[in-house]
Design a protein around this ligand. Structure first.
Ligand SMILES: [Zn+2]
Length: 90
């Protein structure tokens, strides 16, 4: 997968943090579809939002759930709607 675009300073910062915490760089992990945290293949995601989050943080679905909790897309507190579900009526 392609890592999300960020400024050079931001990329260096995140890669540095990832290396310090996990011994891996986010950029190289995302390019190789690996999780920066657990090192397992990161190929299966619940939805587009989680897939996008992976390109930002480098965390696989399991690790995202561990960090952020399991998202409930319709809950108002998150202000998130599933991207792949069309309304039944207009
Ligand atoms: Zn992981």
């Amino acid at each position: 997968m392609k890592p999300s675009e960020k400024s050079d300073g931001m990329v260096q910062f995140i890669d540095h943090m990832a290396k310090a915490n996990f011994g891996r760089s986010r950029t190289s992990c995302v390019q190789n579809d690996l999780c920066v945290s657990c090192g397992e293949p990161a190929v299966s995601f619940r939805d587009e939002l989680s897939r996008k989050e992976y390109t930002i943080s480098g965390l696989c679905q399991t690790c995202q759930d561990g960090v952020f909790g399991v998202r409930v897309p319709d809950k108002k507190q998150y202000g998130i709607r599933p991207l792949n579900i069309e309304p039944y009526q207009k």
